[in-house]
Design a protein around this ligand. Structure first.
Ligand code: NAG
Ligand code: NAG
Length: 197
């Protein structure tokens, strides 16, 4: 029980840190396409700010799957990634839906913390991208109405699946992440240039 509370707190802290990081990152990215982060500790996430709703996608890890083959384009990799959505705006987001534009022949095997729109069963062919929606928590409340309770204004999706053809140090990022809900505009997701595969 204690450990669980600790984990939740650290997740909230990470999100807080992330949001401040995200704001400065957006500024940097929009200000200039070149940058001088030569050896980042981890690839920066793709992120998008849709009218105050922050979306992120982070690649976590991968392992080569069988069969191991010489043709790098056809090699399958088991991967883990996570996506987050945080409502930092002034309006509740009812029935949020987040589109992730997968582009490396992804097959999703699990997505903890969300459901997949238009699909009931795993595995899901996500090669043309796929849309996630909230699981038990379909709406994202505002900070104002929850006194900044992260569990109610945000959601995290932990994804596992298979992708093809992107070996290290390449990072298989989606082409786009966006909030599908009506009335929200999302600029093209920003990423560090060399990670934008
Ligand atoms: C490698 O795999 C890709 C994707 O399956 C295929 O299109 C390509 O022809 C293969 N190349 C060789 C040299 O076999
Ligand atoms: C992906 O898009 C292509 C081209 O529009 C289509 O042929 C294919 O059936 C789609 N695959 C899935 C799983 O929707």
């Amino acid at each position: 029980m204690k450990a669980k509370v600790g984990m939740e707190v650290s997740w909230h802290l990470r999100m807080l840190l992330f949001i401040s990081f995200a704001s400065s990152f957006l500024n940097v990215s929009y200000a200039q396409t070149n940058n001088d982060y030569d050896t980042p500790a981890a690839p920066p996430p793709g992120l998008s700010n849709c009218n105050g709703v922050f979306l992120t996608y982070s690649f976590t890890s991968r392992d080569k799957e069988y069969p191991h083959i010489k043709n790098a384009t056809a090699q399958a990799w088991a991967f883990k990634s996570s996506a987050t959505i945080v409502n930092t705006g002034e309006y509740e987001v009812k029935a949020w839906q987040m589109f992730v534009g997968f582009q490396h022949k992804e097959t999703l095997v699990s997505a903890t913390g969300a459901t997949i729109v238009d699909s009931d069963d795993f595995p899901v062919d996500a090669s043309n991208g796929t849309t996630f929606a909230g699981g038990s928590q379909a709406d994202l409340k505002t900070s104002i109405e929850t006194a900044g309770d992260f569990t109610q204004i945000s959601a995290q999706i932990d994804i596992t699946g298979t992708q093809f053809g992107v070996k290290p140090p390449g990072v298989p990022m989606p082409s786009i992440i966006k909030l599908v809900n009506n009335g929200y505009k999302c600029p093209k997701a920003t990423m560090r240039g060399s990670y934008n595969y």
